[in-house]
Design a protein around this ligand. Structure first.
Ligand SMILES: Cc1ncc(COP(=O)(O)O)c(C=O)c1O
Length: 391
């Protein structure tokens, strides 16, 4: 994967800004976050972007994104999280993943205010039945239907394994069952992970992405038209940080979704024309020197989810002149780093890293230091910092 160089050295600036704060600590560079927001909006071809909350996991930063022109609505990852936001007064909330938390759905459906604010995801007759049986009176519960947006290349499945719904008649069957049960079907979602979540690492990947877009446009158009004959749709959602530029052009979609691009973690370095600036970082202090060319920092092993491998491991900023040891990676409480940079560093100095993914960083910290220039201008609580943990 190609690594986009950071536009200018940031480690020294971040260390100066946060010198009064204990480390490990996490920080978000607000001007970079804001420029990323602008860049994402610029790629969306005028379609509103729903904020993917899982990729930020901090209320203040989610609200900062929502306040910008071009962003509208929340894409949550748990029904309990959606209830929390709805109780804060937010009214345009979609839960993007199926849930069998029937207690949470019962809470949602029994309060008219919450019910009007939140839409949950279904992708099978079985799930519709389970919710209807488990919750009892589900009349007026707003749901959207998640449609498989993977592509087929010959017999191969390219994309993630999520919704089992692929053919229009399968989607119609779920819509009809939902209607029979008294649910309100208000949306469709088609998330193209094979475009949005896959770096442009080779000509094969680029070809695959354009093929995916062509296939998906046809399926989205057909399925959306057929469902629109059965129900009124408030939204048809698709795309993510890595695919706004193509999903934004699909007339079947009324809105897009994105979150990661605001923090711009390391996994998003390898996309063509995705001109994001790293905006989220964490720092760990050097606590020992096992050899002249090695320094060891406290903690650091915040490995990301997904297929295991080096792309999931946090990376020290290149300007430190240090690299991870293949024998240890980043550790539970210690991370050794080797390189020419070790000679210029001493105990207590901080090494700045980027996480491979976006929101998962926030699960490791209670607060994110908010940076402007070389100053901390505030602290944003993470979900964890607010005592919330939604999985
Ligand atoms: C349903 C859905 N939509 C959109 C996204 C895009 O999120 P991001 O922009 O953080 O990559 C994701 C990410 O996994 C997703 O699951």
């Amino acid at each position: 994967m190609s690594r986009r160089p950071l536009p200018h050295p940031v480690a020294a600036r971040l260390s100066t800004a946060t010198r009064h704060l204990p480390a490990p600590l996490a920080a978000v560079d607000l001007p970079a976050f804001d420029r990323n927001a602008e860049h994402l909006v610029g790629r969306a071809h005028g379609k509103p972007i729903r904020v993917a909350t899982k990729s930020l996991r901090s209320r203040a930063l989610i609200e900062r994104a929502l306040a910008k022109e071009g962003f509208a609505g929340l894409m949550c990852y748990s029904v309990r999280e959606a209830l929390w936001w709805a109780r804060e007064g937010f009214t345009d909330i979609m839960v993007a993943y199926p849930s069998v938390d029937l207690l949470a759905v019962t809470e949602l459906v029994s309060d008219p205010g919450l019910r009007a604010a939140v839409c949950i995801m279904v992708d099978s007759v079985e799930l519709v039945d389970l919710i209807a049986r488990g919750v009892g009176d589900v009349r007026g519960l707003r749901v959207a239907v998640d449609v498989d947006a993977s592509v087929r290349v010959g017999p191969a499945h390219v994309g993630v394994r999520r919704s089992p719904l692929r053919e229009p008649q399968q989607v119609e069957a779920v819509v009809r069952r939902a209607q029979e049960r008294g649910l309100l079907v208000v949306g469709l979602m088609f998330y193209d992970a094979q475009v949005a979540g896959l770096p442009d690492s080779s000509a094969v990947v680029r070809r695959l992405k354009s093929r995916s877009d062509a296939q998906l446009r046809l399926r989205r158009a057909e399925i959306t038209a057929r469902v629109r004959q059965l129900v009124h749709l408030d939204f048809v959602n698709g795309g993510g940080t890595g695919s706004l530029h193509v999903t934004g052009r699909d007339p079947s979609l009324t809105e897009l979704a994105a979150g990661s691009g605001l923090y711009a973690p390391a996994l998003f370095d390898g996309y063509d024309d995705l001109d994001l600036e790293p905006a989220a970082f964490f720092a760990c202090p050097i606590v020992r020197r096992p050899a002249d060319d090695i320094v060891t920092v406290y903690s650091g092993g915040y490995v990301a989810s997904g297929p295991p491998g080096w792309s999931r491991v946090p990376s020290p900023l290149p300007e430190h002149g240090l690299h991870r040891l293949r024998t240890e990676g980043t550790g539970e409480v210690q991370t050794p780093l080797r390189g020419p940079g070790a000679a210029r560093l001493g105990l207590g100095d901080r090494i700045w890293f980027r996480h491979a993914k976006a929101g998962e960083l926030a699960e490791r910290f209670t607060h994110l230091a908010l940076i402007e220039g070389d100053e901390v201008v505030g602290q944003a609580a993470t979900y964890r910092g607010e005592g919330q943990c939604f999985g």
